[in-house]
Design a binder for this molecule. Sequence first.
Ligand code: NCD
Length: 311
Amino acid sequence: MNLPSRHLLAIEGLHPPQIANLLDLAESYVLLNRSGKTQRDLLRGRTLINLFFEDSTRTRTSFELAGKRLGADVINMSVSSSSVNKGETLLDTAGTLNAMQCDLLVVRHDQSGAPLLLAQKVDAAVINAGDGLHEHPTQALLDALTIRRRRGRLQGLTVAICGDILHSRVARSNIHLLTTMGSRVRVVGPPTLIPAEAARLGVEVFHTMDEGLAGADIVMMLRLQKERMNGGLVPSAREYFRFFGLDAARLAKAAPDALVMHPGPMNRGVEIDSAVADDPARSLIREQVEMGVAVRMAVLDTLSRRARRNV
Ligand code: NCD
């Protein structure tokens, strides 16, 4: 499979066949994982470093699991992001990683572009696990796999991405992936949380849930990213839920068989009601986590085929 580079830094720039191939490979890993088998020969002798400058539960553990199921040696490095001079820290870190002869480097950072900077300095294949407001490509791939498995396709579906679009790298990667694959994408939220460039990204913008959800096949909820806000963008959590929270009554505005997604972590009662989040007939939230491991195995598999260590 030909990805545009030896790294996976973004969904933007990937072509439909490249995305479809990654999803097909991930699909085979779903079956492998469900069978309880592993494929430990694939990455035997390779080193994967999880370098996280920001908190993470699902993403870090699923990269760890994915690496281990393929036989890689996995090392988790959690680094404080409080350093004043982030550029210098990153470049120092790159030197250390090169000295360790790491093959695959998974990076999460609160600065957009940090994985790109590292990719220019390390010999390893770099995977962006979320950078600032920019992208979170493996999340979009796992979301697409989850939708495709349930609906059999991405093309022609109406997907409503709701909430804090402005601060969400998940939304950005999903918008690129879903529009590339022919879905109709809507973003729904208060004007303060919708980025100015939204319309340019080929999505429809709505400021009320009732309008944005009308007839939608997929409703994707996002967390309010308070840690990235300077305050004043939303009223109280209770007020936010009243206008933009997803409960059963609101979900009824969407298509009758609409499915609910959330990348996690969820703030129950803020953007989503527990009854909806935990409804096995409507919620794909657990399945998203399962798909996350398979997608990351597919990405590690694909990139390791072309990764070359500088020895
Ligand atoms: C997201 C992230 O970190 O961008 N979480 C995730 O990876 N599943 C979304 C969020 O933090 O709200």
